[in-house]
Design a binder for this molecule. Structure first.
Ligand code: GRF
Length: 220
């Protein structure tokens, strides 16, 4: 999948809360040379801070409250319609706290990117930083990957590493990882939009320039 400079890749962002990773994508898109732009933001939680971020940026901000639907399929049907209405090419799910059905994920093969605040496949799921600290690992980080039906799995596009300090709390570690997330997600979306990511046998092949990823792990 690659896109011409005349038509930037259109991102549909699914969020549930704060939306700081969404903000990183919005900010990246302010540069006309960046090959992607956020086209629409959908939150399953009314009043999510990320919706206000979208509005501040002049972007369409849509609430689709999962609680108003009888089934996940009906909820996702409304999401699909909004994504189609806004001609979305790529879905990003930073901080989206609903599990997507297999049939939704299969409708968007290689076109849903998720960010997870650990070095997958270690520490999937929730309470990630608590898991990391309990395990005593000395390095953590974040992972951007394509979504597949299994949660927190799927071909890895990029990872950034940060140190874990003995004095860390889940909050201090989360803050350090989040800073890396804000750089990694726009980079990975750029790589996809520039046609530099392909999927082969469940893995990605990434045509990154030397040093393009290393800049994210300066402390190691
Ligand atoms: C991020 O740490 C992301 O990795 C995780 O949830 C958090 C969302 O933060 N899935 P924000 O809403 O992007 O600020």
């Amino acid at each position: 999948m690659s896109f011409s400079p005349e038509r930037r890749m259109r991102i549909g962002a699914l969020i549930s809360g704060r939306g700081s990773n969404l903000q990183a994508l919005i900010d990246a898109g302010r540069d006309p040379a960046y090959p992607a732009e956020v086209a629409v933001v959908i939150s399953n939680r009314p009043g999510a801070k990320g919706l206000a971020r979208a509005e501040d940026a002049g972007l369409p901000a849509v609430t689709i409250d999962h609680k108003e639907f009888e089934t996940r399929e009906a909820f996702e049907g409304d999401i699909q319609k909004v994504l189609e209405d806004h001609k979305v090419d790529l879905i990003a799910t930073p901080g989206f706290m609903r599990i997507l059905t297999n049939s939704f994920v299969e409708k968007w093969p290689g076109r849903i990117v998720n960010i997870h605040p650990s070095l997958l496949p270690s520490f999937p799921g929730v309470k990630v930083h608590e898991q990391v600290l309990a395990a005593g690992v000395k390095v953590s980080g974040c992972t951007v990957h394509f979504a597949v039906p299994e949660v927190d799995a799927g071909p890895i596009i990029g990872q950034a590493a940060v140190p874990v300090h003995d004095s860390d709390t889940p909050e201090s570690l989360a803050a350090r990882v989040l800073k890396a997330e804000h750089k990694l997600l726009p980079l990975c979306v750029r790589l996809i939009a520039e046609g530099r990511v392909s999927i082969e046998n469940g893995r990605t092949l990434v045509d990154a320039h030397p040093g393009e990823f290393e800049v994210f792990s300066p402390l190691l």
